[in-house]
Ligand binder design. Sequence first.
Ligand code: PRX
Length: 670
Amino acid sequence: MAGSDATGHAGTPQSATTENIDSILTEDRRFPPPADFSAAAHIRSLDDYRAMQQTARRDPVAFWSGLARSEIQWHRPFNIAFDDSRAPYYSWFGGGQLNVSYNCLDRHLADRADKTAILFEGEPGDVRRISYSELHREVCRFANALKARGIGLGDRVVIYMPMVPEAVVAMLACARIGAIHSVVFGGFSSGSLRNRIEDASARAVITADGGHRDGRIVELKAACDLALSQGCGSVETVFVLRRAGNPVQMKGGRDIWWHEAAAGLSADCEPVWVDSEHPLFLLYTSGSTGTPKGIQHSSAGYLVVVAATMKWVFDIRDSDIFWCTADIGWITGHSYVVYGPLACGATVLMYEGAPAVPDAGRFWSICERHGVTIFYTAPTAIRSLMKMGDSIPARYDLSSLRLLGTVGEPINPEAWMWFRHVIGHERCPIVDTWWQTETGAIMIAPVPGAVTTKPGSCTLPLPGIEADIVDAEGRSITDPYQGGQLVIRRPWPSMLRAVWGNDKRYRETYWEPSGAHYYIAGDTAHRDREGYFWILGRSDDVLKVSGHRLGTMEIESALAAHPRVAEAAVIGKPDETKGETIFAFVVPKGARPTAEYAAELTRDLRAWVATQIGPIAKPETIRYADSLPKTRSGKIMRRLLRDIAQGVPITQDTSTLENEEIVKQLQGQV
Ligand code: PRX
């Protein structure tokens, strides 16, 4: 695997690894589930959890089939629960037919028609409550608008929208007619949008004039126009929601306002019944190469596990106000803002904007005003809010909260403890949930009424999930604190089905390195004496910057595409708040730059990366040198670069370097 080293902590910065091991060895705080929480929970005790795990282990297919029957309303029942005849292209619940939007909407109309489905707060402060029956009507109407533009079963539709309820309507409207949505995070630039539209050959784009973020308007339609002016020949229609009111240009014949497209259309739309394996969506994510991959998810298997995990991990109830702060542009937004909560008939809170607008109390003010009961966010957000001081959350009444959750990157015990004390007031269990775009749903996390938590550990795999840690030969590592590759030994229903248009990449990335014996997650992890999992970080060239997943190769190719750059290498530098920051080493064309030239080039390159990929991918630091350190076989010596970026002693053998002077240049000493 790329970036491996002899220590078995493949690709993980040495010092971060050591720090993590230290924190595990010294971390002896344990928090059993509060008795009153357990008493009312879906899974009430460790025994119950273990019993479920045993049942799943004895007959995994029967276990998942049982859930598929209880969690989904089927139009036609399935008859082939699991098919591994084309492994690793597995399929689940064959012969069955369903509609995901029906499961998220219609089935709740009998007893939850007036219940709030989406409780929305815009960044400027506008609040909307949308009931299940209203959401059903809006989805049907917009599904009819899509149909009127010729969009139907299997067509790809790109959604590039702010965090507003219409983004959910757009996703469910696609699902209603069997179109495959691909949501592109609104923080990505026109270049990233174009690549994704082209890879998916999308027939339509759904966007908005703009969205509110950090007190500014993010001009989505303008970015969309730019993307479409540079290719994207497959796009016939662009639907434009009026949200921020900023002026936009509408191209005749192609662009249509959402409200005009939906005006006068029926609020009924017969769902298109699709096969279990019909792709529900594609979601592009970074890997070890320069191009993101379109992770393809199924309809039935995906829905079963997102719904089940809402109950197991979030212990969801009808009375909850569930707030997951993720953007719908990420998998967390798909599974725990849209499909999971709505499949369970829950009330989900959606917030459009940034956490510190108008001040650092915004999140807590939202919790207080809307009576949020379950709050699920990223460690980066917790760390940055923690930095603002305890007095800010202390001003708000957070007594409605009963459960807290984190996702997206390892959480350090200090931030975990802060979350517990200052936000959860010692009362709320914390679920640290490990999973990925590819896994579709949560895989490793404490079941809050059953499993004792430890700060910094995502604890134990969920029932049916055979997570393991293996060495380079694929042997299970049972010794405590020994690092290895995190793998999942058995297929599960919500796993990715394909990399869109690239079967080879699917096979080679996730299965072939193990001889197709297990799924390789791309993370390194340890277990402690009680078998608790502790995630160390990625083992490939993927960065987690503020919880966002970015490929070093993508950023490197963006930098290398700049006319003044000859070559570039990008690594992640551990950072207290963001988890990692982007550190770039650049070989400029021509002679080594003077200080002024370098300062100007740095500004230019940062802006360049923002337009090529998106502002989240801008390097924090750029350092210049005459060449990059490489092994004899031409591979960039990344570990050396990591040591240099962190300013720690170099551990990698540099004797093969042709020009040792380069190290000094990279260290910024000459
Ligand atoms: O490295 C792991 C990290 O996030 C990666 C998956 O990123 P993405 O596909 O963007 O999905 C993020 C949201 C599910 C993983 O390979 N990661 C995710 N959750 C955790 C985590 N690392 C440590 N602890 C977690 N709870």
